[in-house]
Design a protein around this ligand. Sequence first.
Ligand SMILES: [Zn+2]
Length: 329
Amino acid sequence: MHIGLRFLISQGLILMTTLSGNAMINGDADYINTFANRSEYSVVCLDSVDEKLEDKEKSEGDQCGNHEGNQCENSSGDQGKDNLGENKKTSFREALGIIDESYAVDAEIVEKWLSGEEEADGEKQVFLTFDDGPSRTITPKVLDILKEKDVKATFFQCGEMIELSQSTEDLVQRVHEEGHAIGNHFYIHDIVKINTGKNLNGEYCKKQLKKNDETFKKVLGDDFNCRIMRMPGGFASKERAKYYGLDEFKGYLKNNSIYSIEWNALSGDADGTNKSRNQLVQEVKKTAEDKSKVIVLMHDTYGKEETVKALPEIIDYFKDQGFQFKVIV
Ligand SMILES: [Zn+2]
């Protein structure tokens, strides 16, 4: 019985995805309460929906009407303040923390591979990435599989999910202690607030990054440093579409040694089509084909049982192909 329905109500657009076997079936009260207590539904990874929103935004046209070059005041009225930028440069070594350098790759390089700024060498490296966690139902299973297979991964987590309960905070600790990398996926997973039309809400994004970083430090200690960000809904598509306000936000990222890490392969476990275990495996193989550096997008949030089922085979596939498993720091 699959009764989990997720709704994203955004700017008059209603999108619905049916998720198989999710939190409601598993009786995760924390998760249900999160939805029940919020006026907007946000803890839903809809990265694949970004293109649809983009199309809608194109049809809405420009909501600002006050563009000067590549900068724009947004409707929230707080654009232009520079009160969040700490210009804190964190080095790769500082960010490593307890992660062994032997399986870590500098985020600056990964970002350049993904943007095409730097050509990847032929050495086969795969980066398994899990977004939107932690979840009490899926994250522990993902961690068990990674441990059993002796590989490391990168988790892009949301503070709102971390702070659901002591057990979700403990899961962040476990991810960290087991040598995986942790990335910033904003405090709240709300792709609607990230931009207004084609205007990136830069101050909102900075606040989300900062609040999430504070959550990491609260749980993992002040010594924890995170240099990687994955914007909910994706960032590269906004760059391609030349959203306004990008230059200022990218300047902020640069000044704070934060690298935007997207993906070049995916399982399709958040595209709303309820892929089976086998379909997820096939999608990874298809999208990873002919790449020497593979950054795989998957999700460890509630409802991703098929991802858990597919993961061992996905790992075995890359092992058989001679890939090394790396994390992004
Ligand atoms: Zn996400």
